[in-house]
Design a protein around this ligand. Structure first.
Ligand SMILES: CCC1=C(C)/C(=C/C2=NC(=C\c3[nH]c(/C=C4\NC(=O)[C@H](C)[C@H]4CC)c(C)c3CCC(=O)O)/C(CCC(=O)O)=C2C)NC1=O
Length: 168
């Protein structure tokens, strides 16, 4: 599991190069955005269960067939599994925010996920919609807390891109 700095150092060390201007700029931007990313992670940690609950309600409002007979989140067990998955995406996004890097998402969340979802008939499009709804809720809360919400995008968009790619 790597963060922005270790990833960069590894890349440069693999080819025996000193850090160049582009590397140093990207490390600087990692430190410059650090306070905002940590504040955003703090907002997530403090509101996690509320964020998941609200995002779930919004998702099932938008795609009500998910929780009707025949829907993938129908039955208490599958409904709970769906919210638990949303909670995974939120928690690991908060780790990725702090790390300034999506490596933890690849390593702990996304590997093999599409295959699992496909074999269980978990629909990707509404899952991705749920991730984007969580992003919007987190951004609103981060903004309310007086922090630049732009830092929030990266991990949620990464999950969205990686999941959508393989679904088709
Ligand atoms: C930390 C990394 C990690 C992830 C990401 C993860 C996901 C994950 N979600 C699963 C199931 C599931 N995931 C969902 C999710 C949904 N169904 C819907 O209709 C919605 C669109 C969506 C919620 C937004 C559902 C309903 C199941 C249960 C499916 C079933 O058993 O039939 C399963 C199968 C095993 C199980 O039920 O626990 C896994 C492995 N597990 C992990 O360890």
């Amino acid at each position: 599991m790597r963060d922005a700095v270790t990833t960069l150092i590894r890349t440069y060390d693999n080819t025996g190069r000193y850090l160049d201007q582009s590397a140093l700029d990207s490390i600087k931007s990692y430190f410059d955005s650090g306070v905002d990313r940590i504040k955003a992670a703090t907002v997530i940690s403090a509101n996690a269960s509320g964020i998941v609950k609200e995002a779930g309600s919004k998702l099932f409002e938008q795609v009500p067939e998910l929780i009707r007979p025949g829907g993938n989140a129908y039955t208490t067990r599958r409904y709970a599994a769906c919210l638990r998955d949303m909670d995974y995406y939120l928690r690991y996004s908060s780790y990725a925010l702090v790390a300034g890097n999506s490596d933890v998402l690849d390593e702990r969340v996304l590997t093999g996920l599409r295959e699992t979802y496909n074999s269980l008939g978990v629909p990707i499009a509404p899952t991705v919609a749920g991730v984007q709804i969580m992003k919007a809720i987190v951004k609103a809360k981060v903004q309310e807390a007086g922090t630049d919400p732009a830092v929030v995008d990266a991990p949620f968009d990464y999950i969205t891109r990686e999941l959508s790619e393989v679904s088709v």
